[in-house]
Design a protein around this ligand. Structure first.
Ligand code: ME8
Length: 531
C-alpha cells in the first residue's frame, strides 16, 4: 500500500481446483497480468489478485473419487496453478485460497452483517441444483429448458445439460429480489460497469426479467464455510467465492481497515462470459446490501475456441499450455494471447496462427530489429552505444516523431483492454525502424569517408527506438523486454512509462551486448505438438 499513489485493484476469477489450469484459465489470468503490468508502468499502486475456489459439492465429489479428504485434494491441486502461473511470468501480488482462515473469517463476518441488516432470511428451498455449474434452478427454468429441447420429462441443466439434483432443504436466502431496480439504475448510470456492451445488454435483459431470492446455504453436504449463527448450514460456494475479493484486501481484519478503504472498490474484475450473472447481478447486490461500493468495472472476455470449436477434454481438442510454451516460449505465448484475440469476443486460436504471428511480429520484426541494431552497434562502435551531440538528439527524425505519438493512444488502448491495438501501435514503430535501416543503409555509411557522424546518428536513433519499444512491450513480454534493455546496459526500470519514453535518454558509450537471437524463426511446416 502506497498512499501517495493511486490504487489499482484488479482481480481474476478464482479457479475451481478440480480441473488443472488450462488455456482458458491461463487466458483470464494473462489478461489481468497484462493490465496490472501496464498500470504499474503508469505508476499506479497495483494489487493484482488471483487464486482458487476450493469449496462446494463439485470439489467434495472429486476428492471422494480420488479417495482423499477434500482438503488433501485441494492442496494437491495448488502446485499445478502456481507452476503454470510462474512459467507464464504472472505478477500477482496475492494468491488467495478459499480454504484459508482469513477467508473463513471474512465470509462469516459478511453473513453476520447480512443477517443484522435483514438482507437474508431462513426458509425452505425446493428446486434443482447443478453440481457441475454449482447453480440453483427453479422449477420453471428447468421445465422451460427441457420442454424446448423436446424432452419435458427430463431435468437437465439449462447451462451445461447435465442431470440436475432435486433439492429440498432448509436454506438461508439472500433478498436478491429487492435489488432489481437498484441494479438497473446501476447499469444505466454506470454503463462502464459491465464491458463490453453486448454483455451489459445481456445482463440488463436478464435483470429486467425479474429476480428471485437466492438460496445461499446448503445442509446436504459439509465442504464449505459454516454459518457462525447456524452451524448446520454451509455457505453456497458462489457467495463464498465472490467474497474472496474482499478477504484479500483485509475484510474481517481490524488491523487492515485502512487498506480495505484504500483498495475498495476494485478497479476491474476480469471474468469469462460464463460467470457474468454472478459478478454483475449477485455480487453488486450483496455489496449494496452490505453498504459497500460496487466494483468500478467488470470486464467480460469471450471464450477461446480451438479451430472454431469449444475446447474440451471430451472433444479431444484441448491444447496443453505447456506444449505451447515448449514450442513458442512463454513470452511469445503471452504476446500471442494478448494481441491476436479480440478480448470481448469468442476467438479461435490455432497453432498455425500462433506460428504466423510469432514469425511475422517477433522473429522478423522485433527480433530482427534488435539483432541487426545491436550487431551494427557492436561492429561500428566497438561494442558500445554511439556518442552523438545534443544538437543531433534534438533533431527530429522519423523515429522520434513516431515515438512521440505513441504514448497517448497506447495508454488508451491498454486501459480499454484492447491489447492488440496497443501492440499494433508499437509494431508500427518497429516496422518504421526496420525501414529506416533499409533507407539509411548504415553499412554504406560505415564505408563512406566523413560519414561517421551520420552513422552514429542513425545507429543512435535505432537503438533509442529499441530502448523505448522494449519499455512499451513490458506488459506483453516482460522477460524479453528486460533482456533487451539489459543488452543496452539499461538496468533501472523504475521510471514511469511516460518518462522512460522521452526521446534522447539512451546512454552513450555504454556497453552493448549482441546476445543470442531473441526469437529464432520457426519452420511452420515442421510444427507439431508431439515434438
Ligand atoms: O467459474 N476460454 O471457476 P472456473 C476463455 N470458481 N476463458 C475460459 C475458458 C475458455 N474456453 N474456459 C474457462 C469458476 N475460462 C468459479 C469462479 S470467481 C469468484 C469464481 C475462464 O475454474 C473464464 O474466465 O470454472 C471463466 O470465467 C473461468 O475460466 C472459469 O473458471
Amino acid at each position: 500500500m502506497n498512499r501517495d499513489k493511486e490504487s489499482f485493484f484488479i482481480t481474476t476469477p478464482i479457479y475451481y481446483v478440480n480441473d488443472k489450469p488450462h488455456l482458458g484459465t491461463a487466458y483470464s489470468t494473462l489478461l489481468a497480468d497484462g493490465r496490472a503490468r501496464f498500470e504499474r508502468l503508469v505508476k499506479k499502486d497495483v494489487f493484482f489478485l488471483t487464486g482458487t475456489d476450493e469449496h462446494g459439492e463439485k470439489i467434495a465429489q472429486s476428492a471422494e473419487k480420488h479417495e482423499m479428504s477434500a482438503q488433501e485434494w485441494t492442496d494437491s491441486m495448488i502446485p499445478a496453478f502456481k507452476d503454470l502461473w510462474e512459467k507464464l511470468n504472472f505478477s500477482n501480488d496475492d494468491f488467495i485460497r478459499t480454504t484459508q482462515d482469513r477467508h473463513t473469517v471474512a465470509v462469516q463476518k459478511i453473513l453476520e452483517e447480512l443477517k443484522d441488516k435483514n438482507a437474508i432470511y431462513k426458509d425452505k428451498y425446493t428446486g434443482w441444483y447443478c453440481v457441475h455449474e454449482e447453480t440453483h434452478f427453479t422449477e420453471t427454468q428447468v421445465h422451460q429448458y427441457n420442454e424446448e429441447k423436446g424432452k419435458p420429462e427430463e431435468h437437465m441443466c439449462p447451462d451445461c445439460d447435465r442431470e440436475l439434483e432435486r433439492v429440498e432443504e432448509d436454506s438461508w436466502f439472500f433478498r436478491l429480489s429487492d435489488y432489481q431496480d437498484k441494479l438497473l439504475s446501476l447499469y444505466e448510470e454506470h454503463p462502464e460497469f459491465i464491458e463490453p456492451e453486448i454483455r451489459r445488454n445481456e445482463v440488463v435483459s436478464f435483470v429486467k426479467g425479474g429476480l428471485n431470492d437466492l438460496s445461499i446455504s446448503r445442509t446436504s453436504f459439509s465442504w464449505g464455510i459454516p454459518f457462525s449463527f447456524d452451524e448446520e448450514h454451509v455457505t453456497y460456494v458462489w457467495i463464498d467465492a465472490l467474497i474472496n475479493y474482499l478477504t484479500a484486501i483485509g475484510y474481517g481484519d481490524e488491523s487492515k481497515a485502512e487498506e480495505l478503504a484504500y483498495r475498495w472498490p476494485a478497479d476491474v474484475h476480469i471474468v469469462g462470459k460464463d460467470i457474468i450473472r454472478f459478478h454483475c447481478v449477485i455480487w453488486p447486490a450483496i455489496l449494496m446490501a452490505l453498504g459497500l461500493e460496487v466494483p468500478k468495472r467488470v470486464f467480460v472476455h469471450g471464450f477461446l475456441l480451438i479451430n472454431g470449436k469449444k475446447m474440451s477434454k471430451s472433444r479431444g481438442n484441448a491444447i496443453d499450455p505447456y506444449d505451447l510454451i515448449k514450442i513458442f516460449g512463454s513470452e511469445a505465448y503471452r504476446y500471442y494471447f494478448l494481441t491476436d484475440i479480440t478480448h470481448g469476443a469468442d476467438s479461435s486460436i490455432s497453432i498455425e496462427r500462433m506460428a504466423q504471428v510469432y514469425n511475422a511480429d517477433l522473429a522478423n520484426s522485433w527480433g530482427n530489429l534488435v539483432s541487426r541494431a545491436l550487431n551494427m552497434s557492436d561492429k561500428y562502435f566497438d561494442g558500445k552505444t554511439p556518442g552523438i551531440t545534443d544538437e543531433q538528439i534534438q533533431k527530429t527524425n522519423i523515429l522520434s516523431a513516431k515515438i512521440e505519438k505513441l504514448y497517448q493512444p497506447y495508454c488508451e488502448a491498454m486501459e480499454e483492454m484492447q491489447f492488440g491495438k496497443a501492440a499494433a501501435l508499437v509494431l508500427e514503430v518497429i516496422d518504421a525502424a526496420n525501414l529506416y535501416i533499409e533507407q539509411t543503409t548504415p553499412w554504406n555509411l560505415a564505408k563512406m569517408e566523413g560519414a561517421q557522424e551520420e552513422l552514429a546518428f542513425v545507429i543512435y536513433n535505432i537503438l533509442e527506438a529499441i530502448r523505448i519499444v522494449a519499455y512499451f512491450y513490458l506488459p506483453f513480454m516482460p522477460k524479453i523486454s528486460q533482456e533487451v534493455l539489459s543488452r543496452l546496459s539499461e538496468h533501472d526500470l523504475s521510471a514511469s512509462l511516460e518518462d522512460f519514453a522521452r526521446w534522447g535518454q539512451l546512454k552513450q558509450g555504454v556497453e552493448v551486448h549482441k546476445g543470442e537471437a531473441l526469437f529464432p524463426r520457426l519452420d511452420v511446416e515442421k510444427l507439431s505438438l508431439n515434438e
